[in-house]
Design a binder for this molecule. Structure first.
Ligand code: GLY
Length: 541
C-alpha cells in the first residue's frame, strides 16, 4: 500500500514538474514555433516570445502574419492579471461613411489603396513588450529572428509555394512598381528560398529606432508618398488596453476579447444559449444540436450586426448584450421544430476567406497569451510597401448599411466608417482558466472564427474531449445571413442531413473551417488536419 502511495505521489510530482517546467506553443508555421522556443530558452517570457513570433510570422507567413495589419492579444499572467491589447487598424482621417458606396459594385474596399486602415501591429508589439516583456531580452533581441529570416531567407513550404503562384498575377497587377520577390514571376516550388531584403531593412529600422521608424520615419513617409495615408494618420495611431470580457462556463473562467471585436460578446452569448433551459444541444453532431446552434447564431449575429463596432461609437454596452434576462428572452423564441427566419437584411454571402492567423503561448511560469492578427484577406490588398503587404481591413466596416462584406457580414451605424474609428472584427483570441490550468486558443476564419471557438470550448469543457480532439473535430457554422448552415466535410451523416433539411435548413458544405491553434499546460493542439503549416511544441527549459 505504502509503495502505491509513494508511486502515486511521485507521479504527481513528475506531472506537476512537467507543468511547472514546460512551455507550450502552437502557431501557423514551424519557424515561428522555433522562434518562440529560442526566445524562451534565452530567458524571455511568453510576451517576449509573442512579440518575436509576431514579427517572424510577418516574414514566413506573408498572407496573414504582418506589420501592415493589426490584431488582438488576450493575456493572463502568472499572477492572474487578465488584460487585452487592441492593436486593430483605424480608419484614416480622410475616411467617410460613404467612401465606398459609389464603388458598391466593385472591390475598392478590398483592393484599392483606400482599402487599408492605419496598421497597428508595430505599436501593438512595442506596447506588449513594454508592459509585459521580461526585460531579460531587449527589443532588438526580439526583432533579430525575423530579420534573419527575411535577410537570409527560408525554405518555402508547399502551401506557401502554391499561394505565391496562385497570387502572382494579382501581386504584379497591384504593384506596377514591383513587389520585390513576390513580383519576380518565378514559378515557386517547395524548398525554394524566399529572401525579403526590403522587409529586412524595414525590420532593422524598427529594431534600431522602435515604432517611430514605422509611424513617423521612413515607412510613414513611403505610405504618404504612395497616397495611403497622411503623416498625421500615421502619427496619431494608438493601441488600446481594454478590460477583457470574462464569463464562466463549466467551472472555467473564459477570458476573451471585447469590442471592437464581436468575437467575445458572440462567444459568451453562444455559450449562454447552449446551456439555457430547453436547449437541445445535449448531444454532439445531432440534428437537434445543429438545429439549436443555427437558431442561436441567428440571434447572436443579429446582435453583432445591430449593436457592435468600435466601443467609442456603440450605443449598447457589452453588459446589456450579455445580460442573461435579455438573452433568455431572445432565445425563448427559438422553435425546436422548424428553422427560423433571419430579419430581412441581407444579400448573398461572398466568398469566405479563411486567412488571418492565430498563435497561442503558455510559458513555464504560467504567463499566457493568445494573439489573432490579420491583413484581413489573404495578403490583404496585395499591395506591397517597404517590403510588406498592406491590409484591406476597411472592408470590415459596414460599407453601406445592409451590404455584406467579404465574409457576408452585415453591420449598421455602430460599425459605419468614421475617421480614426476601429472596424468591427470577428477575431476571438481566448484564454480559459481553472485554478492552475490554462487553455490558450484561437483560430483564423473570418466570420467562422466565433463559432469555431465556441465548438472547441464546448467540446473540451462540456464533453470532456481532449484539446486535440476538440480542435480536430469537424465544425459547423451559421451566421444568420445568408440563411445557411455550413457543414464541414465529415461533420454529418446522410440521416442528419436529411432531417436538417426537413426542418427547413438550407445546407452548404465547406471543405475546411478554420485552422485552430490551442495549447494548455504541458499540451499542444495545433490544427494539423486542416491544410496549412500549423505546428506546435512542448518546450522543456
Ligand atoms: N478581418 C477579419 C476579422 O477581423 O475578423
Amino acid at each position: 500500500m505504502n509503495r502505491i502511495i509513494i508511486l502515486v505521489s511521485l507521479c504527481f510530482l513528475f506531472v506537476g514538474n512537467v507543468f511547472a517546467q514546460s512551455a507550450s506553443v502552437a502557431a501557423a508555421h514551424p519557424l515561428a514555433v522555433d522562434v518562440v522556443e529560442s526566445i524562451l530558452k534565452k530567458g524571455g517570457n511568453a510576451y517576449d516570445a509573442a512579440v518575436a513570433a509576431h514579427f517572424s510570422l510577418a516574414v514566413v507567413l506573408p498572407r496573414a502574419g504582418n506589420i501592415g495589419g493589426g490584431g488582438f492579444a488576450v493575456i493572463h499572467t502568472s499572477n492572474a492579471e487578465a488584460a487585452t491589447l487592441d492593436f486593430r487598424e483605424i480608419a484614416p482621417l480622410a475616411a467617410s461613411k460613404d467612401m465606398f458606396i459609389r464603388y458598391e459594385n466593385d472591390n475598392s474596399s478590398l483592393t484599392s489603396k483606400l482599402a487599408s486602415g492605419v496598421p497597428g501591429s508595430v505599436k501593438g508589439m512595442w506596447d506588449l513588450y513594454i508592459r509585459y516583456g521580461s526585460r531579460n531580452l531587449s527589443w532588438s533581441d526580439l526583432l533579430t529572428p525575423a530579420i534573419m529570416l527575411a535577410d537570409t531567407g527560408f525554405f518555402v513550404t508547399k502551401k506557401l509555394s502554391e499561394e505565391l503562384n496562385y497570387n502572382s498575377s494579382d501581386f504584379i497587377s497591384q504593384n506596377p512598381n514591383g513587389c520585390g520577390p513576390f513580383c519576380k514571376g518565378f514559378i515557386w516550388e517547395q524548398g525554394m528560398r524566399l529572401v525579403q531584403s526590403e522587409l529586412a531593412e524595414t525590420l532593422k529600422g524598427i529594431r534600431d529606432i522602435g515604432p517611430n521608424y514605422f509611424y513617423y520615419g521612413p515607412v510613414a513617409k513611403q505610405l504618404v508618398e504612395q497616397n495611403y495615408f497622411t503623416m498625421l494618420d500615421m502619427a496619431s495611431y494608438q493601441i488600446r488596453w481594454r478590460k477583457p470580457l470574462i464569463g464562466e462556463y463549466m467551472g472555467w473562467e473564459v477570458i476573451t476579447m471585447p469590442p471592437p471585436s464581436s468575437g467575445g460578446v458572440a462567444l459568451l452569448q453562444l455559450l449562454c444559449g447552449s446551456e439555457r433551459d430547453l436547449n437541445t444541444m445535449q448531444e454532439l453532431e445531432s440534428v437537434a444540436s445543429y438545429h439549436d446552434f443555427t437558431e442561436l447564431t441567428r440571434i447572436v449575429y443579429e446582435d453583432r450586426a445591430r449593436h457592435l463596432g468600435d466601443p467609442d461609437y456603440m450605443n449598447t454596452t457589452t453588459a446589456d448584450l450579455l445580460d442573461t434576462s435579455y438573452l433568455y428572452k431572445r432565445f425563448a423564441n427559438i422553435d425546436p421544430k422548424r428553422a427560423g427566419k433571419s430579419p430581412n437584411l441581407a444579400v448573398p454571402l461572398s466568398e469566405e476567406s479563411s486567412e488571418t492567423t492565430h498563435f497561442s503561448i503558455l510559458d513555464k511560469d504560467g504567463n499566457s497569451v493568445a494573439i489573432t492578427t490579420t491583413l484581413n484577406a489573404s495578403y490583404g490588398s496585395k499591395r506591397w510597401v517597404s517590403g510588406f503587404f498592406m491590409n484591406n481591413e476597411m472592408d470590415d466596416f459596414s460599407i453601406s448599411p445592409g451590404v455584406p462584406n467579404q465574409f457576408g457580414l452585415i453591420g449598421f451605424e455602430a460599425n459605419s466608417i468614421e475617421p480614426s474609428k476601429r472596424m468591427l472584427s470577428s477575431m476571438t483570441p481566448t484564454i480559459l482558466v481553472k485554478g492552475d490550468q490554462k487553455v490558450v486558443l484561437g483560430t483564423p476564419g473570418g466570420s467562422t472564427i466565433i463559432t469555431n471557438v465556441f465548438h472547441v470550448i464546448r467540446r473540451f469543457c462540456r464533453f470532456g474531449q481532449t484539446l486535440q480532439e476538440s480542435v480536430n473535430s469537424k465544425k459547423v457554422h451559421a451566421q444568420a445571413w445568408p440563411e445557411v448552415l455550413y457543414l464541414e466535410e465529415g461533420s454529418y451523416t446522410k440521416k442528419v442531413l436529411r432531417k436538417l433539411k426537413k426542418k427547413g435548413h438550407k445546407i452548404e458544405f465547406k471543405k475546411q473551417i478554420g485552422r485552430f491553434q490551442a495549447v494548455s499546460n504541458g499540451t499542444i493542439a495545433p490544427d494539423l488536419l486542416r491544410t496549412g503549416d500549423s505546428s506546435g511544441r512542448v518546450i522543456f527549459y
